[in-house]
Design a binder for this molecule. Sequence first.
Ligand SMILES: C[S@@+](CC[C@H](N)C(=O)[O-])C[C@H]1O[C@@H](n2cnc3c(N)ncnc32)[C@H](O)[C@@H]1O
Length: 383
Amino acid sequence: MVSVSWDKRDAYYRLAKEQNWRARSAFKLIQIDEQFDLFSYADPSQCTRVVDLCAAPGSWSQVLSRILIKGESFGRRAWVEKMEKFQKHAPSGPNPSTSTLKDDMVSLSLQTPSSGLKPRPNVRIVAIDLQPMAPLEGIVQLKADITHPSTVPLLLKAIDPDFDQHNETHRVDLVISDGAPDVTGLHDLDIYVQSQLLYSALTLAMKVLRPGGKFVAKIFRGRNVDMIFAQLKLVFERVHIAKPRSSRASSIEAFVVCEGYTPVKNWTPELGDALEIPQPSKPPTSVSEKQMRHLREDGIVELHFEDEETDPRRWIAPFLACGDLSAWDADATYKLPEGHTSLPPVQPPTAPPYKDAIERRRAEGGAYGKTKDRSNATHQGEK
Ligand SMILES: C[S@@+](CC[C@H](N)C(=O)[O-])C[C@H]1O[C@@H](n2cnc3c(N)ncnc32)[C@H](O)[C@@H]1O
């Protein structure tokens, strides 16, 4: 049964179903692209080979497929293209009637133009996730763990079937990663696990990106996030932090958008190693190195800074909110149009990790019976 309450509380959840996206995250990528021109529209040959890490259920891969393979446009770009076309076909310049403009605004959020598609030649897209993903046309899919070293050769082979380990070249234009662990609600733990995913995504990106390539990854904004930016700044010319309008303001989620990859000479990152990007500037002295990392007896590494404010290993990345200001507010509840029918999800997960638990609960007598018994038992036990 489909509930309308989420349709009301989350405009992007509703729009995703109406526009045939597998997840509302599609809008995040579209809005980041609006701000940063991820897909290099002016010179499409600059963006034809893309890796989508942590891709399931596949809405980012859908965006890649529809923009790069089919040549569709979305969001503000679709609207601008539509207006340009309109002006071209009405050279004498009559003002579009209010109703036409209104129709355009509506269709902007509901559909993309079917005419004027601009498919790109030789597109190669590889998507990786721990979870299986329903197939998508034109996308090579791998079921693998991005933190595991064995994933690297799989990825390189998937990008280039003729890949030769002895002739390694950087070949990918863009690496995107929307990786997220199962969130526990314990912010420090969630941020830590998320940062491990980010390091793995970055390591993979540095293995496959061409010089000048781009990297986009989800981060959770925590206390030491400026250290991550400083590290990214060592291998990318420009680093920004982006918060798309479709990402709830109340969430600590944001995205690093890194442009202009500059590989470090004679250095190849390896998955599994701690990520220590060589610093081009003066290396820290052994004294400050000692001061920086301290291994406690319980095995936890503490980081210290001589001066929290001025340490060169910290750097604040410019923060950009992206997505049109007139776009839907992810934190607002909207009134649904009269007669609204709530649609089912476009692509439910094919084998979610919780499937087993649901099946066992059903076998044991349904969600409510057993849960109630157990909670009573707990309460009694506590007394
Ligand atoms: C927020 S979802 C990604 C949504 C996706 N971008 C989309 O648009 O449909 C996060 C994904 O990260 C994946 N993930 C988490 N840890 C991973 C790992 N170590 N390796 C590969 N995928 C991982 C999860 O399985 C999950 O599918």
